[in-house]
Design a protein around this ligand. Sequence first.
Ligand code: AMP
Ligand code: ZN
Length: 411
Amino acid sequence: QKLVERLKATSQFYKKKLGDKVGAADIKSLDDLKRLPFTEKGDLRDNYPFGMFTVPLEDVVRIHASSGTTGKPTVGGYTRADVELWTEVMARTVSSAGVTKKDVVHNAYGHGLFTGGMGFHVGADRVGATVIPISGGLTRRQVMLIEDFGATVITCTPSYALVIAEEAMEMGVDIKKRWKLRAGIFGAEPWTEKMRRELENKLNLEAFDIYGLTEVIGPGVAVECSEHNGMHINEDHFLAEIIDPDTGERLPYGSEGELVFTTITKEAMPVIRYRTRDRTILHNEPCKCGRTNVRMEKIMGRTDDMLIVRGVNVFPQLIEKTLLSIEDIEPHYQIVIDRPKDQLDTLEVWVEASPKLFQPIDTRRLDELQKRVAHELAQTLGVSAEVKLMGPKSIQRSEGKARRVVDKREL
Ligand code: AMP
Ligand code: ZN
């Protein structure tokens, strides 16, 4: 009720969206959430950069962002109170994995606009742990410092954790003997139970899944407890629903569908019924750990075509738009993603170049073009792609829906 009241008074966007149809008085129970309209990624895009904020910019003390559908990022804003809320839910998150002031937390999530680094930093700091804000990259150095600083907890994407493990093994480090890691808190991208076993084996730790998104707050939305039977959602701040992605109908606990969030306590950028496009199942049976909030299963996929490559959200449409803006590039392309064993995801873009560059073959111009395409893609996507320029008609033509994306990873 308070949220609806406040949004009607402070948000141009929600004033319009809610109109005269629903008011605070119509919300008499949680079930009445159903009366409220959805908020979509497109709404955030249309109100870029700060149109979704409900407070003046001077009250916003932090901005984070994630890649968007058009090359413009999806923005999240935080007031002082929002940063405090984030710290609280992240403190709960790391606590769920048993982190206390006795731990040394090797935080290899990216530090910067991405929410992962900062989110874990404030949460681990709040419980008094010794935080190592190492961020991602320079893997050999990470391997050295995990041992030298005696890290007991590691936080990063599951795919980067495998890369660290692989590097350590290549360097001949006896992980089981020399490392003290006891827990890993992994998320920001889909991963399987098989990958969990692999991570637990190789790094000799207990792996916890964590879920979050910039539009809601970043990490801190949900985390596994030691039962590992789904991720408990911080429902006192983020109300979760599952809907049928086609009809928008609310589905009962236990059914698979699209996850939707309403943030009831956030100040700068609250959202009502935000459609995450993530597919999962909610469970409300009591958990042995004693927590009473609902659990979400591992994310099972998306209801849109967004891909997550090396932790970065990649929208195929944006690749297409970028390719087609380049002269001498033909509208025939394929995106190939793979995850070679214990390595980071590879992203390849195969695209046909203009036939005139092949009659006769002009290797100098093809070279230049290849570099240009790779550069443009890296700039707009925020993740590098290997570009393969192809000759005329070498990409298979389709008779129906073109198969633009070939994802060979096992997620
Ligand atoms: P971002 O806002 O860039 O952090 O991206 C959020 C998106 O990352 C979510 O909507 C999910 O699609 C994905 N994501 C985050 N955490 C997980 C997780 N634990 N498992 C699967 N996907 C995840
Ligand atoms: Zn539990």
